[in-house]
Design a protein around this ligand. Structure first.
Ligand SMILES: N[C@@H](CCC(=O)N[C@@H](CS)C(=O)NCC(=O)O)C(=O)O
Length: 225
C-alpha cells in the first residue's frame, strides 16, 4: 500500500497508526509543499481524486481518497473493524466521535484569531472531554479498549490520535480525565505503534508550517519516554 499526503500527521494519521499496529508494510510519500504549489506537482491528484485533495491511498491498481473512506478501507482490510454488524456500528460511532474532536481542533489551529480564541476553545473542549469521559465509561469494552475487549480497532486509533492532538494544544486538559488519558497512552504503547511514534518515520508535526499552531515540532506531541 502507498499513502500520499504532506509532511504532517494530519488527516491520514489514524490509517498509519493501524498499519503500524499490525506491522503492515506500506510506503509513505510526503508531498513537498513547493511541488504541490505547481500544476505539475499535483497533476496526479487531479487525475485520481475528485477535488484534487490529499490523502490518497493506492493499493495495487486501486486508488482511494477521502481520509475517512481510507481509514475504513484499511480497518476492514486489517481486521480492525469488528466482526458483527453491531461491533462495526459501535466502532463507527466511536470513530465519528473521535473524528469530530479531531476536526474541531484541526480546523481551529488555522483560525486567524487562534491566539485570541484559545482560552475560549479550551473551555469548550473541556466540556466536550467531560462528556467524552462519561461516554467512554458507558461504552468501553475494558479500561484500554473502546469497543472490543483486549483488541484494538479503528475506534481506538482515531480516539487516541484525537486526544493526543489536544495534549500540546490545551496542556493538562486530557489529564483531567485519567480514564481517557490511560486508554490513549496504552494505545501509543502498543506493540508496533510504540516503535513508530518514537521513530523518525512519523511526521514531527501535526500540520504544515502555515498553521497558527501545530506546524512546529514543539507545538506537537512527541513520545520520547
Ligand atoms: N474531506 C477530505 C479533505 C481533504 C483535504 O482537505 N485535504 C487537504 C489537506 S488536509 C489538502 O489536500 N489541501 C491541499 C489543497 O487544498 O490544495 C478528506 O478527509 O480527505
Amino acid at each position: 500500500m502507498k499513502i500520499t499526503y504532506f509532511d504532517g500527521r494530519g488527516r491520514v494519521e489514524p490509517t498509519r497508526l493501524m498499519l503500524e499496529l499490525t506491522r503492515t508494510p506500506y510506503e509513505y510519500v510526503a508531498t513537498p509543499l513547493e511541488a504541490w504549489m505547481s500544476e505539475e506537482g499535483k497533476a496526479f491528484a487531479r487525475e485520481l481524486t475528485p477535488f484534487c485533495k490529499l490523502p490518497l491511498l493506492q493499493d495495487g491498481a486501486f486508488s482511494l481518497c477521502q481520509s475517512c473512506a481510507i481509514h475504513r478501507y484499511v480497518a476492514r482490510k486489517l481486521g480492525l473493524y469488528g466482526n458483527t454488524l453491531e461491533e462495526s456500528a459501535r466502532i463507527d460511532e466511536v470513530f465519528e466521535t473521535g473524528q469530530e474532536l479531531y476536526l474541531d481542533a484541526a480546523k481551529f489551529v488555522w483560525d486567524p484569531q487562534f491566539h485570541e480564541r484559545r482560552a475560549e476553545h479550551r473551555e469548550t473542549t473541556r466540556e466536550q472531554l467531560a462528556s467524552l469521559a462519561r461516554y467512554f465509561t458507558k461504552v468501553r469494552a475494558d479500561p484500554e479498549h473502546w469497543v472490543l475487549p483486549g483488541r484494538y480497532t479503528l475506534a481506538d486509533a482515531m480516539m487516541a490520535y484525537a486526544l493526543e492532538q489536544l495534549l500540546p494544544l490545551h496542556p493538562g486538559l486530557v489529564e483531567e480525565h485519567p480514564e481517557l488519558h490511560h486508554a490513549m497512552t496504552r494505545f501509543f504503547a502498543a506493540d508496533g505503534v510504540r516503535e513508530y511514534v518514537r521513530s523518525k518515520r512519523r511526521c514531527p508535526t501535526t500540520t504544515v508550517p502555515f498553521a497558527q499552531f501545530g506546524g512546529k515540532p514543539e507545538e506537537t506531541h512527541q513520545w520520547t519516554d
